[in-house]
Design a protein. Structure first.
Length: 386
């Protein structure tokens, strides 16, 4: 059996590793990026971590898996009748296709967003913002700086906290005493982290307030220009707007409506076995399943799908996918995180400890221990001189 897996993120890597561990035929992993980048590392990468160390080569991850072939290519179309995954001029014949293409930023038609906003979804965007931050805070000795983060979900609050701590460190080291760094977090809904419990929103808001981050709720960004951002008809001076709000599904599925049913939220509809079309499975952030959109659930789906394919080949009974209870961790600034599972939560240093353990566990799922430890260390050690 030959399984072609598309996407070198959590879901794709874990699927390939599990199929290899269970010796379920040949596997080809196709990804448009040569390395894996943990999104959870974004705030560390932006605020002084070593970005090069955070990108982990797919070739290194699969070095000891001779049954997995890693291909650096972009999936451009599929031909389910001939069972082909097409990447430009090259085609890959599959028995089963597993797709995990991840999601991308959705600027929701905000004027000026493409020219003036920064993003944090891939390594190029992270590097661009990291360099801009250093240039504005270190190389250009202005006494007043204003940074605006759009989106008060998990990513936005984490970035706001990390940015606050980092800006303070840089300001102390490089700028005059009178230096002021304002950080504003803008959220369209009436509370922060609106996907999570009210207690999470309460503790996150309290923490950001203690750090000195200004939070604007029930507020929408309308336009971004070179030197200001327009929020509810008011102009807020800033040269730096970081987008941490909407995401949309990978556009591949919408471009192939003959094979995928795309729901109103943009996600792909799958059957209880995560199959979207004959012998084509879709997993990770791409599908409409409870808890999709988290690394933990991408890993769970990968383990499920490998087991499902092994059962299928062996004509053993098949079971539908069941999401498990997931741990939520929201780190904000140094040594603080909110961690919650099944309604029980902890905050502060204990939350931070739980978060660090969870990050390490997710790395361990997709790489050997030594590599995982290095990846975790690169997130906590600031190698760039302040
Ligand atoms: C800033 C940020 C912070 C986050 N923090 C956390 C966190 O702390 N905890 C948590 O649980 N989750 C977090 N998440 C969410 C988590 O990262 C995702 O849920 C998880 O990465 C989903 O895994 P995936 O494999 O579905 O997609 P991804 O990890 O996004 O991987 C998709 C892969 O597909 C590749 N690809 C895309 N299109 C093609 C194509 N046409 N051809 C070939 N390859 C393609 C991409 O390059 C990528 O390698 C965060 C997300 C972001 C953006």
């Amino acid at each position: 059996m030959h399984t072609v897996v598309i996407g070198g993120g959590f879901a794709g890597i874990k699927t390939a590793l599990e199929l290899s561990r269970q010796q379920c035929g040949r596997v080809t992993l196709i990804s448009n990026r040569p390395s894996f980048f943990h999104h959870g590392a974004v705030s560390a990468a932006i605020t002084g971590g070593d970005i090069a160390q955070m990108a982990i080569s797919l070739d290194d991850i699969f070095a000891t898996h001779s049954d997995v072939k890693v291909v650096h290519a972009t999936l451009t179309s599929i031909d389910p009748d001939r069972k082909l995954a097409v990447c430009g001029h090259a085609s890959y014949q599959y028995d089963t296709l597993v797709m995990a293409l991840g999601s991308e930023s959705d600027y929701s038609g905000i004027a000026g967003s493409h020219e003036h906003m920064f993003g944090a979804r891939n390594i190029e965007q992270v590097r661009r913002f990291h360099d801009h931050l250093h240039a504005t805070l270190v190389e250009d000795h202005h006494v007043e700086r204003s940074y605006v983060i759009v989106g008060g979900g998990e990513t936005g609050v984490e970035l706001a906290g990390a940015l606050r701590s980092y800006a303070d460190e840089l300001a102390k080291a490089h700028i005059t005493r009178r230096a002021k760094v304002h950080i504003t977090l803008v959220e369209a809904q009436s509370r922060l982290v609106p996907r999570h419990s009210h207690q999470a929103s309460y503790h996150v808001a309290k923490r950001l307030k203690a750090l000195g981050v200004d939070v604007l709720l029930n507020t929408r960004v309308e336009r971004v220009d070179d030197e200001f951002v327009t929020i509810d008809k008011r102009k807020l001076p800033t040269e730096t707007v970081l987008w941490a709000a909407g995401v949309r599904n990978n556009p591949f599925y919408l471009k192939h409506p003959q094979y995928f049913e795309v729901l109103s939220d943009g996600r792909v509809s799958v059957n209880p076995y995560l199959e979207a079309y004959r012998d084509i499975y879709v997993i990770g952030d791409n599908i409409d399943v409870k808890d999709a959109g988290r690394a933990r659930s991408a890993l769970d789906m990968a383990v499920y799908i490998a087991d499902h394919l092994v059962r299928n080949v062996a004509s053993r009974p098949l079971y539908p996918y069941r999401p498990s209870a997931s741990l939520i961790c929201i780190p904000i600034g140094a040594h603080w995180a909110y961690a919650e599972c099944l309604g029980i939560y902890v905050t502060g240093k204990l939350g931070s400890y739980v978060h660090r353990r969870a990050v390490r566990r997710s790395y361990l799922q997709i790489m050997p221990r030594a590599m995982a430890d290095m990846a975790v260390a690169s997130q906590t050690t600031k190698t760039r001189n302040l």
